[in-house]
Design a protein around this ligand. Sequence first.
Ligand code: HSE
Length: 441
Amino acid sequence: MTMNKNKIKIGVVGLGTVGSGVINLLEKNKAEIEKRSGFSIEVTCVSAANKDKKRDCDVSNLKFYNNPLEMIELEDIDIIVELMGGESLAKDIVLKALEKKIHVVTANKALIALHGNEISKIAENNKCDVAYEASVAGAVPIIKVIRESLNANIIHWIAGIINGTTNYILTEMLKSKKSFGEVLKEAQALGYAEADPAFDVGGIDAAHKLTILSSISFGIPLNFNAIYIEGIEDIELVDLNYAKELGYAIKHLAIGRKNATGIELRVHPCLIPKSRLLANVDGVKNAVVVSSDAAGPTLYYGAGAGSLATASSVVSDIIDISRKIIFKSNASVPLLGYQVDDLKEQNILDIKEVESRYYLRIRVTNRPGVLAEITKIFGSKSISIESILQKEDLISDKFVPIVLVTHTVIEKNIFDALIDIEKLDVVKGKIVKIRIEELDS
Ligand code: HSE
């Protein structure tokens, strides 16, 4: 095939951590990228709110726009790289680019999770690509793996640590015995956290990413609202310690699982056996396990955030699209991994229909008969207790913590039982409930 041109012109919108990383990486590895691809990629224009802001990349020789829509209108570019984040303006930028038949690369998980169905159709109508590898798990090429490398498989389940900030916080709390607040500040200083860190600790960021992963794994339209979300705000150091004692690590997981009655889509803290690889993914690192019929379980691990790490995925998308432009190819992987007409709504299970084992921490009055009162309620809801742990040394007042591990039970029964148990006079405060995931089948 003959080349049509050998230079690709890029416009970058957003010059924060990732935008700077992309400018720097294209510059730093220019020769290597050319040797691998056979063509050159040149950033010709950039857009950000403030031209004079001190930043980590040099854009003094590039045409600068305050208004990205104006840049798209006026500049002759092949690919627009949207790295400003947020939803509203980012969506306008992407739609305007597609309208002008300009391909798009983005790292914007909220944009894809919330507007990807619409963007996918418009991209297809305009015969343009929208690539978004950096939107999930930073440097880890999980979108490419699921859409391309595992495309001969039926995917049964995916489970991942896909928010580096929560993983960093849980890891550091246990390691340094620091408070949740202190560790969150460190994560923000390191540039891992979202502009609104509530998106990280509350599970929204992971849910955006799971929305994307579940769509490309199971062939369902993007549906953020179907995801059950819990953050890590209620996890205390004491739970991390108890979990460790029981042979588990507590991780904030995003899980998509297809079973006989529907698909589970959930983001919440979990106890995972310490022997699982995911249980040993620490700090800001991300990891995703994909379990599929032919390949079996496969694991993908790496940096989930960071300037050059995320830029690695963005630039890879730029190179993929550039190759298509250069070689005038129409062969695209569908945006959501399935032909648009083959994306089908499926039954998404309510969290109360999900089955799991549970770790429960209950604060109770320390007197005979208390456990009997509690276990009677569990018995009435067909909940069987696997083990009980009571640590006298942790008594801080007249209440003592009891830790119970249940056998597998449907969530509805646990939910109902805990309402009744919390009403008992001998029980103080809210019961801590964390699901246990074996991740073995
Ligand atoms: N806030 C995100 C995280 C950044 O902590 O993983 C990468 O999406």
